[in-house]
Design a protein around this ligand. Structure first.
Ligand code: ASP
Length: 464
């Protein structure tokens, strides 16, 4: 069995929902369908979840909600009309939404979550109705009945492990197509709680793990995952056919944005293969993400580069002999509430690389002052505007000379390397550069590894 998840753009309109129905019916293994709330139909449109957040905000502030409710209901009405679905569906969702908005606002997070979740809940009802309109047995799943039990961290809920057993037994008993609303579940006390934004991916991943799906298909609006960011290298025309969870993790750390690695954690733990596919072009094979794959030695699978880093350099003669120096340095960051990402060291120096969003001016000044006072270094400096580039590939583990190819290509592009780090996983090389050099460096990597003939093609995908 396959679990397929369709994101907001895939259910944004009647035409998109028709594609969803066609895709699901094209493969009898596709029996569980997880849906997001309708997303944007074009770039000036709004996501239904954003409209619902507006409803919740107005409800909390005691403002008039009619226009906001009309905007949400209007989105569903146009789907109902264009697909010729029963008109009662629209009346039902309007009264359900109004009921949630009129609820007690005392606990704002709880109140807002019940409203936010309505986007997915209504989408599931409409998509199930679209299947039935085509003569197919389908139902929208009631997540309370199915046993999707979440923690009561409203807006940021986590799955409670007990859910797996209930979900497994629930899905083993449903017939026809089960349409599952993404993004939310119920707390032990029966309140609706949502995952973080974008959380329908989490739902899909949980359900795929619970039913031990043969594959978790994640339908979005791109043909595949690309080895470099197509916004920087628009001419890239070959996507990645197969990659491992670890490769995806390393790449998504540096901003590979197809989907959030944490979101698919349950499927990764259960080793369910994931496939990224395009709703608008379902014939494309997509990208398969698996636990293990066959590799060609020396091959790089992808390069990602994220801005938003900065570093603190500390130099002290004979630092290597001073026991506890590194710990005391990192402790200062810890005590000031700043997580550190990397700490490459030299003989007499160490750099601490952090994300700029966790290092506002005030905190930075405090940290630098404490380093001077508490560690008496000869040198302390701060470097803003850094980027981290990750060059990733399982095949890199066995290869000699790859680092020099990477560094050579970067320096040929006139980009200064500020830091190099190869983690113990050996499937990636991390390179610190200036953020202003990011595009140049990514293009250099594209030329070095991904233009036609730059490296041998990866082995054919398939099980080991
Ligand atoms: N509808 C929710 C959001 O916009 C969840 C999702 O689409 O995955 O964040």
């Amino acid at each position: 069995m396959k679990v397929c998840k369709f994101g907001g753009s895939s259910v944004a309109s009647a035409a998109q929902i028709t594609k969803v129905v066609d895709i699901v019916l094209a493969d009898p293994e596709r029996r569980i369908v997880v849906v997001s709330a309708p997303g944007k139909r074009d770039k000036d449109d709004s996501k239904v979840t954003d409209l619902l957040i507006e409803c919740a905000r107005r409800g909390i502030d005691g403002n008039d909600v009619d226009t906001a409710v009309d905007a949400v209901v209007g989105r569903f009405r146009s789907i109902q009309e264009d697909l010729g679905l029963p008109a009662e569906l629209v009346a039902e969702i309007r009264s359900e939404l109004v009921r949630r908005i009129q609820a007690d606002t005392e606990h704002e997070g709880k109140y807002a979550d019940a409203i936010k979740a309505a986007g997915e809940e209504f989408a599931a009802r409409f998509v199930a109705a679209a299947f039935r309109a085509r003569g197919v047995d389908a139902r929208a799943v009631d997540l309370r009945e199915a046993g999707m039990v979440l923690s009561d961290e409203f807006g940021n809920a986590r799955l409670l492990d007990e859910s797996y057993a209930s979900l497994r037994s629930y899905f083993s008993n449903v017939s026809g197509i089960a349409v599952v609303p993404g993004f939310f579940g119920y707390t032990r006390t029966g309140d609706i709680a949502t995952f973080p934004r974008g959380g329908s991916d989490i739902t899909g991943s949980i359900v795929a793990a619970a039913v031990t799906a043969r594959e978790y298909e994640n339908f979005t609006d791109v043909d595949s995952v690309y080895p470099v960011d197509p916004r920087i290298v628009p001419e890239i025309n070959r996507g990645i056919r197969e990659m491992t969870y670890r490769e995806m993790r390393e790449l998504s750390y540096a901003g590979f944005g197809v989907f959030h690695d944490e979101a698919i954690h349950p499927a990764v733990v259960a080793e369910i293969p994931i496939r990224i596919k395009n709703t608008n072009h379902p014939e494309a094979e997509g990208t398969r993400i698996v636990a293990h794959r066959r590799v060609r030695h020396g091959n790089v699978i992808g390069v990602a580069c994220a801005e938003g880093f900065c570093s603190v350099h500390v130099g002290k003669y004979l630092m290597n002999r001073e026991i506890g120096f590194g710990r005391r340095l990192l402790q200062i960051f810890e005590e000031e509430g700043v997580p550190f990402d990397h700490a490459p060291t030299g003989v007499d120096n160490i750099s601490v690389i952090v994300q700029e969003r966790f290092f506002p001016t005030e905190t930075r000044e405090r940290v630098l002052e404490r380093i001077r006072d508490e560690l008496s270094p000869e040198e302390v400096s701060f470097e803003p505007g850094q980027a981290i580039m990750m060059v990733v590939g399982e095949g890199m583990r066995y290869s000699i000379g790859l680092a020099s190819r990477v560094i050579g290509a970067i320096s040929d592009a006139n980009v200064n390397v500020e830091m190099i780090n190869q983690g113990s996983s050996e499937i990636s090389i991390m390179i610190g550069i200036r953020a202003s050099d990011r595009k140049r460096a990514v293009r250099a990597m594209y030329k070095a590894f991904f233009v036609e003939g730059a490296q041998p093609p990866p082995p054919e995908p398939g099980d080991l």
